[in-house]
Ligand binder design. Structure first.
Ligand SMILES: *Cc1c(COP(=O)(O)O)cnc(C)c1O
Length: 390
C-alpha cells in the first residue's frame, strides 16, 4: 500500500460521520428525522438571482475560462457592496479577489503564509476549516478559547506572548459559527492594535454579517482605521442569498494578502463560472428586501425554539445573528452522548459542540433550518421524552 502523508494522517475523523451512522440507524427504525444539524439554508436562492443566471448562461461570452481573480464586474460589485454596507472603500483591482465559496479561500490562504511548524491561532469552538487548513499546510493550530463568560470573544491578553510572537495568522469569525456570538467595533480596534504589535495577519470570516435580527447590524473589521494593514476578510454569498450550492464568495482587504492568495489560487483553480459571477453581481447590487424577509423567517423560528427550550429548563437569550443556537448539554452527558440520545429517542439531528474544538465540549448546536412547525414538533418530542436541562 502506498503510504499517505503525515499531514493526511493527522486529519481527525469527520465530524458528521458518527452522526450519519446514528441517523441511518434512526431512519431504519422508522423515525421521522428533523434535521437541525448542518448549516445549510432550507429556502431557495432569491428568484431575481436565479433569473439573472438564466440569462447569463445563454451568453456564450461566459462559456470560456474566467479570469482567476474574478471578473471585473464582480469585483466592482464587491467594492460597491462594501461601500454601501460598511462604508469601506476597496480598490476592486488590488483589494478584492473572487473565491469558489469562501471555504476554499479560508483554507488556501495558509498555503501562502504557513511553513511547517508555524503557528495559526484557531478559535475554539470554531469553524473546522481553520484547523484543517492549518494541518494540511503543516502548520500548528494553537487553540484560542472562546468562553461564555467573555461572550465568546477571545481574551487577547491571555494568549501567551511567545505564542503571539510566533503566530502568523489569526482566524476570527463574528457573527460566530457555532456560538452565534457577535463582536463590536471596539473589539476589532483592540484586535487590530494587538495584531500590529505581533505582526499577525487577521483573517476575519464574515459569512454571517447579513443574517441578523432585532435591528442589529454586524460591522466589518475593515471599518477600523488601519485594519487593512493587517486584515483580510472573507465573505460569501452562500448564507446572505441562500446560495450555498453556487460556490461564490470573496476575500477583500490587505493587498499583499489578496495578491498572495491570488497567486495560490491561480496555480490551483481557474476561477468561478462567469455566469455565476454575473448572477453574483445582481445579488450584491440589488435591493436587500429579500434578505430582510429571510431574516424574519429565521427570527420567527428562533423565537419558537428559544422559548420552547427555556420552557424545558434552559436559560437562553435570543440570538442576535447567524442561524445557530449554542446550547449547554444537561449534566451527566458529554456533547456526543447527549446528541446521540436526542437522535435515537426523537429523530432530531443536532451537532455535538466537541466537533468544533475542545472548548465546544459541554454544548450542542441547533441550526434553524427547518420550518416553525417542524421546530415545534421537535420541541414536543423533547418534552414527551422528558429531555430537559434540569
Ligand atoms: C457557511 C460558512 C462559510 C461559507 O462557506 P462557503 O464556502 O462560502 O459556502 C464560511 N465560514 C463559516 C464560519 C461558515 O459557517
Amino acid at each position: 500500500m502506498i503510504k499517505t502523508s503525515k499531514k493526511f494522517e493527522n486529519i481527525p475523523p469527520y465530524l458528521f460521520a458518527e452522526i450519519d451512522k446514528k441517523k441511518a440507524a434512526a431512519i431504519a427504525k422508522g423515525l421521522d428525522i428533523i434535521n437541525l444539524g448542518i448549516g445549510d439554508p432550507d429556502q431557495p436562492t432569491f428568484p431575481h438571482i436565479v433569473e439573472a443566471m438564466h440569462k447569463a448562461i445563454d451568453n456564450s461570452k461566459n462559456h470560456n475560462y474566467p479570469p482567476y481573480e474574478g471578473t471585473k464586474k464582480f469585483r466592482e460589485a464587491v467594492s460597491f457592496w462594501y461601500k454601501k454596507r460598511f462604508d469601506v472603500d476597496l480598490n476592486s483591482d488590488t483589494e478584492v479577489v473572487s473565491l469558489i465559496g469562501s471555504k476554499e479561500g479560508i483554507a488556501h490562504l495558509l498555503s501562502a503564509y504557513i511553513d511547517p511548524g508555524d503557528i495559526v491561532l484557531v478559535p475554539s469552538p470554531g469553524y473546522p476549516v481553520y484547523k484543517m487548513g492549518t494541518i494540511l499546510t503543516g502548520g500548528e493550530p494553537f487553540y484560542v478559547p472562546l468562553k461564555a463568560e467573555n461572550n465568546f470573544l477571545p481574551d487577547l491578553e491571555a494568549i501567551p506572548v511567545d505564542v503571539a510572537k510566533k503566530a502568523k495568522v489569526f482566524y476570527v469569525n463574528y457573527p460566530n459559527n457555532p456560538t452565534a456570538a457577535i463582536a463590536d467595533l471596539d473589539f476589532y480596534k483592540r484586535l487590530v492594535a494587538w495584531a500590529k504589535k505581533y505582526d499577525i495577519l487577521i483573517a476575519s470570516d464574515l459569512a454571517y454579517s447579513e443574517m441578523t435580527y432585532d435591528n442589529y447590524k454586524a460591522p466589518s473589521i475593515l471599518e477600523v482605521e488601519g485594519a487593512k494593514d493587517v486584515a483580510i476578510e472573507f465573505h460569501s454569498l452562500s448564507k446572505s442569498f441562500n446560495m450555498t450550492g453556487w460556490r461564490i464568495g470573496m476575500a477583500v482587504g490587505n493587498k499583499e494578502a489578496i495578491s498572495a492568495l491570488g497567486v495560490i489560487k491561480t496555480n490551483i483553480d481557474s476561477g468561478i463560472f462567469k455566469a455565476i459571477q454575473d448572477a453574483g453581481v445582481v445579488a450584491l447590487t440589488t435591493s436587500t428586501d429579500l434578505i430582510e424577509k429571510n431574516n424574519n423567517l429565521y427570527k420567527e423560528r428562533r423565537d419558537v425554539l428559544v422559548k420552547g427550550l427555556n420552557s424545558l429548563g434552559w436559560k437562553l437569550d435570543p440570538i442576535k445573528a447567524t442561524f445557530y443556537v449554542w446550547v449547554p448539554v444537561p449534566k451527566g452527558h458529554t456533547s456526543a452522548s447527549f446528541c446521540g440520545l436526542v437522535l435515537e429517542e426523537t429523530g432530531i439531528v443536532v451537532v455535538p459542540g466537541s466537533g468544533y474544538g475542545p472548548e465546544g465540549e459541554g454544548f450542542f448546536r441547533i441550526a434553524l433550518t427547518e420550518s416553525t412547525n417542524r421546530i415545534e414538533e421537535a420541541l414536543g418530542r423533547l418534552r414527551e421524552k422528558n429531555i430537559t436541562f434540569n
